[in-house]
Design a protein around this ligand. Structure first.
Ligand code: ZN
Ligand code: ZN
Ligand code: FE
Ligand code: FE
Length: 268
């Protein structure tokens, strides 16, 4: 694989390792380009309710941006892009835009981690699945994914079927959800992320599934790859499988970003 565009660092409070360690690992993995995409400060909550174990404080955000830019200057043998992972919270689009403004991001990744106030991807709130109708959870999740794409805030939608993380699936065909999401990506001009972190959870497969990725391909949605590394040794993790999935879905290219402009490169 050419690039890994989804990498966290110790700044977020739940990953380990400094940027330099992630770069060293990426170089050893033979990646040509990486993007650091740490979690944005929790802009939708009042400062006293933000959890330092989930994202860096707003006061640390400019330092993050500066360090990634410095690293990018310092290392010329490997491309280092400035990214960020931003939770999509409906009704807080202006606050999200304000949190991002004034920083020279190469790309912005949008993620749905919350349905209402429920952090459905956190092992801490797993029991909530037992209280809900799984079909409704999926419907709510994919509606949020489509709204995230349409918000205009993002260049890439992360782990687009994250709702499968703990292995819960409704009865019946999921293609309707996938088509709805893929069409919203195509209309908004955002990329779909092929994220290998799903392999580490009960879902046991990459986000998105092959069926979902094929539909993205048919709708003309460009793709990027990410490991969602929270440890240096996870950079480029299981990318042989990500590459196979992309090729199986019919992709021959992936997208690279610079200054929020996209160009396509052939999959090696
Ligand atoms: Zn994280
Ligand atoms: Zn995420
Ligand atoms: Fe992430
Ligand atoms: Fe994430």
């Amino acid at each position: 694989m050419i690039h890994d565009y989804h990498i966290h660092t110790s700044r977020c409070g739940h990953a380990r390792g400094e940027i330099q360690e992630y770069i060293d690992r990426a170089r050893r993995m033979g990646l040509l380009e990486i993007g650091i995409s740490d979690h944005v400060p929790m802009y939708w909550l009042p400062p006293d309710r933000r959890d330092p174990g989930l994202a860096m404080d707003g006061a640390h955000f400019p330092g993050y941006v500066r360090e990634v830019l410095e690293m990018s200057e310092k290392h010329s043998d490997i491309g280092i892009r400035l990214g960020v992972e931003v939770d999509y919270i409906p009704g807080f689009e202006e606050e999200a835009a304000a949190a991002l403004s004034g920083h020279p991001f190469d790309y912005v990744i949008g993620s749905v981690h919350y349905i209402g106030g429920w952090a459905f991807d956190s092992p801490k709130y797993l029991e909530e699945y037992g209280r809900r109708d799984i079909g409704e959870v999926y419907r709510d999740y994919f509606n949020l994914v489509s709204r995230a794409a349409g918000s205009g805030l993002f260049d890439i939608i992360a782990h687009p079927d994250l709702v499968k993380k703990f292995g819960f699936r409704p009865e019946g065909d999921l293609a309707g959800f996938y088509r709805q999401a893929a069409r919203s990506f195509a209309e908004a001009g955002v990329c779909v992320e092929v994220n290998t972190a799903g392999l580490r959870w009960p879902a046991g497969e990459i986000y998105p599934s092959l069926e979902f990725l094929k539909i993205c391909r048919m709708e003309g949605v460009p793709a990027v790859a990410g490991s969602d590394a929270h440890l240096p040794e996870q950079v480029g993790w299981a990318f042989d499988q990500a590459r196979e999935l992309l090729l199986a879905a019919g992709y021959t290219e992936v997208a690279l970003f610079r200054g929020r402009r996209r160009r396509m490169v052939k999959i090696l």
